[in-house]
Ligand binder design. Structure first.
Ligand code: CA
Length: 236
């Protein structure tokens, strides 16, 4: 059973979500605005496993809530509910630290599948040693990618990773040396097959470069492959 927070001001949507998540065996709470959501998440002794966060909220919107959580060192997976036909919302959501998004109005079965996907990936990451007791760690060029701890370490500094930053890095490492397309990333990392603005990926790459590169504006390890996508090169 997972503990899920629904942040949504429209009562009928919040009630519908709670009912369906409880039917799935989860424990669901509702916050009707951003301030309450922040208070609940940051003040809880028993942490939430996932947050469903509407963008359009009275007062603090979903972007502000996501940014404040990440700034406070809170890395709970966030599924953001965006308005359909507004790709800029998707980009802003990822920039603010969302892990996944779903345009409104959404199909409940798709929402449940997305929530379960986030929960599953979170559990994988929490299992520190998936193969024969070996730590889930990858090192290159003085950098350590610690997938278990969800952290990048290099030269005395470290960055916490969000769930999907971690998943994206894992995918790039798995395909080291190979160009991977934005479409392939969306499908393989996010499991998104529908029509999606692939520029959403670029914001994640910008963030990962800030963590990994000596000069993020002139990347050596996370290269752009013109007309294709990206390539991870551990030894350029
Ligand atoms: Ca709303």
């Amino acid at each position: 059973m997972a503990r899920i927070l629904i942040v949504e001001d429209e009562q009928h949507i919040a009630d519908g979500l709670r009912f369906n998540l409880e039917e799935e065996g989860h424990d669901a709470d509702v916050a009707s605005n951003g301030e309450r959501a922040l208070g609940l998440i940051l003040g809880e002794r028993r942490p939430f496993d996932t947050v469903i966060l509407d963008v359009m909220l009275p007062g603090k919107d979903g972007f502000a809530v996501a940014s404040e959580l990440r700034a406070a060192g809170q890395y709970v997976p966030i599924l953001m509910l965006t308005a359909r036909g507004r790709p800029e919302d998707v980009l802003r959501g990822f920039e603010a630290g969302a892990d996944d998004y779903l345009p409104k109005p959404f199909d409940l079965s798709i929402l449940i599948a997305r929530v379960n996907g986030l929960l599953r990936r979170r559990r994988w990451n929490e299992q520190d040693a998936p193969q024969g007791g070996a730590a889930d760690v990858y090192t290159f060029a003085g950098r350590t990618l610690d997938f278990g701890a969800m952290e990048v370490r290099m030269a005395g500094r470290s960055h916490r990773l969000t769930l999907m930053e971690c998943e994206l890095l894992r995918y790039l490492v798995k395909n080291a040396g190979q160009p991977v397309s934005r479409r392939a990333i969306l499908e393989q990392v996010w499991g998104l097959h529908e029509e999606t603005d692939t520029r959403a990926i670029d914001n994640f790459i910008v963030r990962l470069r800030r963590y990994l590169e000596d000069r993020p504006a002139a990347p050596k390890y996370l290269q752009t492959v013109r007309g294709v996508g990206y390539r991870f090169v551990p030894q350029p």
